[in-house]
Design a protein around this ligand. Structure first.
Ligand SMILES: [Zn+2]
Length: 225
């Protein structure tokens, strides 16, 4: 259930991109294929004026921000990737799944092992990686965006106010899941700059555990078959 609000000013191009790519609709179909929820969880796409995408437990709705399209696009541009449409779409889709996880945790009253932010990232990985090679590339794009963001913010002071894992850590975790889900296709990820070999060794098992933990948490809400 997606509603697109009127975009303001410079967000208009981003709004057109999100509508055209139908990412929220794609996410909704994928989630509905996996779990049953009593009521659809509304999702609003809007100009957020600086606040990031989020799940609002009071209103029980997700908010995805138009401007994040430009923010992510700038990251790839600064890295020399001028027209990264597919990568930008992949990062936004990953964000939508991440916020969906917060919504499911709330609505289904799921038990969260460890930090909710990490668990939400892991749900996004689950949704993408279960689509096979296409999803693997999308998660790699998301991991690349977090890596680029980490490079930019590494020197800036880290006040520790963000409850998300540091961007670099998120990036490495996601690469570990990609590699763990299909090591044969992603050997190129194993390198000191991307997925260090010491971490890579445990990723097949790590991904199986992460995936199993989510499916187990969803339990009775999972669709049969
Ligand atoms: Zn979050």
């Amino acid at each position: 259930m997606t509603r697109y609000e009127e975009a303001t000013g410079s967000d208009r191009e981003d709004a057109a991109f999100l509508r055209e790519r139908r990412l929220t609709e794609e996410a909704a179909v994928a989630v509905a294929d996996l779990v049953t929820v009593d009521r659809p969880i509304p999702l609003v796409v809007r100009s957020c004026d600086g606040a990031g995408s989020s799940y609002d437990p009071e209103a029980r709705r997700m908010e995805i921000c138009y401007e994040e399209v430009s923010e992510v696009r700038d990251l790839f541009r600064q890295d020399g990737n001028q027209r990264a449409d597919d990568e930008v779409a992949a990062v936004l889709l990953e964000t939508i799944f991440h916020e969906t996880a917060h919504a499911l945790i709330d609505v289904l009253d799921l038990r969260v092992p460890g930090r909710e932010e990490d668990f939400a990232d892991q749900f996004a990985a689950l949704m993408l990686l279960d689509k096979g090679a296409v999803g693997e590339l999308r998660l790699r794009a998301a991991a690349e965006a977090w890596r680029l963001l980490a490079e930019i913010t590494e020197d800036a002071d880290d006040s520790g106010e963000d409850e998300h894992s540091p961007d670099r850590e998120r990036s490495v975790n996601e690469l570990c899941y990609v590699y763990g889900s299909a090591p044969g296709r992603h050997r190129d990820l194993v390198s000191p700059d991307a997925l260090p070999v010491g971490r890579a060794e445990g990723c097949v098992r790590e991904w199986a555990t992460v995936r199993g933990t989510w499916l187990n948490a969803l339990g009775p809400a999972l669709r049969e078959g």
